[in-house]
Write a protein that binds this ligand. Structure first.
Ligand code: NCD
Length: 307
């Protein structure tokens, strides 16, 4: 039984397989509309979410399956003090697969160790968010036609941004990747990601506080929200929240085919005026997320559409 806790739980070949399935779903959704008939997905979200939970649920419905949902810690037995291990054992009795989001780093891993069904990490604290990475990867692949030989800039909250940590890990396995890290001093990429991923894999990277100076070299610009909920004090958040605001004038030095990604929700990081720029991909990313989650659910349940 497989779970997905960290993006590197999937090999590069398996990610390729998910991309192939997602593209086939896009091409012929009807073929997949009954594959999960009789199966249940439990979404256990102990932290706020709109897109991730709804996209998992939409994914399961579009595969013909059903959904059981806990949409806040307060409404579940977690508020009575139940452990993650017990919750995982209990939910395994009702559901065939679990997607869990939790404010504590490592919680989905504990769930996976105790569940008797596959567990998908739908975001654990400031740590990882592998299914957002699957969405990001499909978006880059569809926009660029490849996942290698790209300069990818990450801008904003690289310290607490779990989507950043997972995507850097995933990209580090492709040839010719260059990573550009753009953040305020206080929100730099954690040194464990730098050491365990970038330095270990020998990935060329640069760090800067100045977005405009690196803009011309980027093939992909991944903007992120400053993660308010992970700050210890409001003052620091208020000081840092608008560190980078992408406006049309700032794109004048960018490549004409640079792709702009953002996992969303956006606060102020990207001006609404950018939405109509052909380089803006963040709403496409939302849709790609559903297709990759459909492909992932099929893989973890060991199901395939009939040929
Ligand atoms: C991200 C997350 O939850 O980490 N959102 C998402 O799942 N698309 C990014 C964020 O909240 O800023």
């Amino acid at each position: 039984m497989r779970s997905l806790i960290d993006i590197v739980d999937l090999t590069v070949e398996e990610i390729e397989g998910l991309i192939t399935t997602a593209l086939d779903i896009i091409d012929d959704p009807k073929k997949y509309s009954e594959v999960c008939r009789g199966k249940k997905l439990a979404t256990l979200f102990f932290e706020p979410s709109t897109r991730t939970r709804l996209s998992f649920e939409a994914a399961m419905y579009e595969l013909g399956g059903n959904v059981l949902s806990v949409s806040s810690g307060a409404s579940s037995s977690a508020s009575k003090g139940e452990s993650i291990a017990d919750t995982a054992k209990v939910v395994s009795c009702y559901a065939d697969i679990i997607a869990m989001r939790h404010p504590k780093e490592g919680a989905p891993m504990v769930a996976a160790m105790n569940a008797s069904v596959p567990v998908i990490n739908a975001g654990d604290g400031g740590h990882n968010h592998p299914t957002q990475t699957l969405a990001d990867i499909l978006t880059i692949y569809r926009e660029k036609g490849k996942l290698d030989h790209l300069a990818v800039g990450f801008c904003g909250d690289l310290k607490f941004g779990r989507t950043v940590h997972s995507l850097i890990r995933a990209l580090s396995r492709y040839e010719g990747i260059k990573i550009v890290l753009i953040s305020p001093e206080e929100l730099k990429l954690p040194s464990y990601v730098k050491k365990d991923v970038l330095q270990k894999e020998g990935i060329p990277y640069e760090q800067t506080t100045d977005l405009l100076s690196v803009m011309p070299e980027l093939d992909v610009l991944y903007m992120t929200r400053v993660q308010k909920e992970r700050f210890f004090n409001e003052e620091d958040y208020l000081r840092l929240k608008d560190s980078y605001i992408l406006t049309p004038d700032k794109l004048c030095g960018a490549k004409s085919d640079m792709s702009i990604l953002h996992p969303l929700p956006r606060v102020n990081e990207i001006a609404v005026a950018i939405d109509s720029d052909p380089r803006a991909c963040y709403f496409k990313q939302v849709l790609n997320a559903k297709y990759m989650r459909m492909a992932l659910i099929l893989k973890l349940l060991g199901l395939e559409a009939e040929k």
